[in-house]
Ligand binder design. Structure first.
Ligand code: PMP
Length: 390
C-alpha cells in the first residue's frame, strides 16, 4: 500500500483532549542519544552493563497466557512483602502490577483529572508526569514540604498531590524526616490524596530517610508506586502501585481498559528475581557502580563548573540538577551541545509553568562512561561559559 492510499478521505475529528497532547521531550531526546558517539547526560538510562543475562531462561507456558489485570498473585505477594519491609503496611490485594510505573501516572491521572482540575506538583518535577496530567486538563499548583501546609492549602483543594520524595527527578533531592512528616500531615489535614512516585528508592548512595510518606498517612487516600526499571531493566516494562482500598476498584478497571494486564513473561521473570537470594547482593553491586559514577561526575563538576554553576550532590537516583549562575534558557544551549556530541535535558520542561528560562539543566550520570563524563562535562562547561559571557 502506498502512503497515498492510506491518506484519509475526510479530516478525522479528534477528541478535544488530543489538543493537550504534546510530544515528550525525553522520547525525542532518545533518538538523539542513539546517534553514534553521542555522550548522553540526557535520559534516565540505566547502564546496559548492569542488565541481567536472560539467555538461560526456561519459560513456563503459563507465562505466555492471558492473566489477571491486577497482576500475578505471587508477584503481588512478593511486592507487598518488600513494601511491608520498607515500612509501608499493605496486603497483596492492594497491589496492582503495572506496565511500567509510567502507567500508574496515566491511571491516576484518568482517575482524578477533568479539564481544570487542580493538581499539586513539585516544581520542578518529572516532566512525563506533567505531560500526562496536562493532557487530562490539570491546572497545577505547587507542592513544597517547606511551605506552610506543604503548599496544599489553596482556594480550591487539589484533587491529589504528586510527589517524588526519594531521589527526586530531576533534582535528586531526598525529603528528610521532617519534610516527610509535613507532607503527610498536610495531606491528612486537608484531605488531599497523595500520589507518591518512588522509582529510584533502591539507588541509595548515602544514608537517607526512605520510608514512604504514604506510610505516615492516617486519613488521606493514597497511591504509592515503584518500578523495576532501575533495579532490573527498563525494557521489562514492569512496575506496580499500591493504593488505599477506596481507590482500588476504579484503578483496576482503568488498568483493564488500558491493557487487560501487564506482560506475563516480565512478571514471571521479575518474580524469580525477587525470590532469588542473590537479589540484595545484586542491588548492592548496582548501587556501587552508580555511586562510583556519581562520584566521578561530581568531581568533574568541581573541575569544570566551579564558578559557573551550583549543585547538590545527589544522595541517590540518577540525576544532578545543575543551576547555572547565568540565568540562561538552557534549551538554547542544546543545539550547540548536540553539535559537539553531548546531550542533556534542559530544565525548563520540568516546571509546570514552563518558564522562559530557568538557568538549570538535568544531567544523568548513570549511562556515560567515566571517560565520556570527563569529556562531556568539559564541552558543556565551555558552552555555558561562552553563552554566559555572550
Ligand atoms: N516516575 C519517575 C519519577 C520517573 O523518573 C520515571 C522514569 N524514569 C517513571 C516514573 C517511569 O518509569 P517506568 O515506567 O520505567 O517504571
Amino acid at each position: 500500500m502506498t502512503s497515498e492510499t492510506c491518506a484519509p478521505r475526510f479530516s478525522p475529528r479528534f477528541s478535544r483532549r488530543i489538543a493537550g497532547l504534546e510530544a515528550s521531550p525525553i522520547r525525542e531526546m532518545l533518538a538523539i542519544i542513539d546517534r553514534p558517539g553521542m555522550i548522553s547526560f540526557a535520559g534516565g538510562l540505566p547502564a546496559p552493563e548492569t542488565f541481567p543475562d536472560m539467555q538461560q531462561l526456561a519459560v513456563p507456558p503459563a507465562a505466555l497466557q492471558y492473566g489477571a489485570s491486577e497482576g500475578d498473585p505471587e508477584l503481588r505477594q512478593a511486592v507487598a512483602a518488600e513494601l511491608n519491609a520498607l515500612g509501608l503496611a499493605c496486603t497483596p490485594a492492594q497491589v496492582l502490577i503495572l506496565s511500567g510505573s509510567q502507567q500508574g501516572i496515566d491511571l491516576v491521572g484518568k482517575l482524578f483529572i477533568d479539564t481544570g482540575t487542580p493538581v499539586a506538583v513539585e516544581a520542578p518535577t518529572y516532566l512525563a508526569a506533567l505531560q500526562v496530567f496536562r493532557y487530562f486538563g490539570a491546572r497545577f499548583t505547587t507542592l513544597d514540604p517547606n511551605l506552610p501546609a506543604a503548599g496544599l492549602a489553596t482556594d480550591e483543594r487539589p484533587a491529589f498531590a504528586y510527589a517524588i520524595p526519594t531521589f527526586q527527578n530531576p533534582t535528586g533531592h531526598c525529603y528528610d524526616a521532617a519534610q516527610r512528616a509535613a507532607l503527610a500531615r498536610a495531606c491528612d489535614e486537608l484531605q488531599v490524596p497523595l500520589f507518591e512516585d518512588d522509582p529510584y528508592r533502591d539507588l541509595a548512595y548515602d544514608a537517607c530517610e526512605r520510608t514512604p510518606v504514604c506510610a505516615r498517612l492516617q486519613r488521606a487516600s493514597w497511591v504509592y508506586q515503584g518500578s523495576f526499571s532501575k533495579s532490573l531493566a527498563p525494557g521489562l516494562r514492569l512496575g506496580y502501585l499500591v493504593a488505599s482500598p477506596d481507590l482500588l476498584t476504579p484503578l483496576v478497571r482503568l488498568k483493564q481498559a488500558a491493557d487487560l494486564h501487564s506482560n506475563r513473561l516480565s512478571q514471571w521473570y521479575v518474580l524469580g528475581q525477587l525470590r532469588d537470594a542473590g537479589r540484595p547482593a545484586r542491588i548492592a553491586a548496582l548501587v556501587e557502580i552508580y555511586r562510583r559514577k556519581r562520584d566521578h561526575f561530581v568531581q568533574g563538576l568541581e573541575r569544570y563548573f566551579s564558578g559557573l554553576a551550583d549543585w547538590q550532590v545527589p544522595p541517590g537516583g540518577l540525576f544532578v540538577w545543575l543551576k547555572l549562575k547565568a540565568p540562561l534558557d538552557t534549551r538554547q544551549l542544546l543545539p550547540a551541545a548536540i553539535e559537539r556530541g553531548v546531550a542533556f535535558m534542559p530544565g525548563e520542561p520540568f516546571f509546570p509553568e514552563r518558564p522562559a528560562g530557568c538557568g538549570a539543566l538535568r544531567l544523568n550520570f548513570s549511562h556515560a562512561s567515566v571517560e565520556q563524563i570527563e569529556r562531556g562535562l568539559a564541552i558543556l562547561a565551555e558552552l555555558v561559559a561562552q553563552a554566559g559571557s555572550g
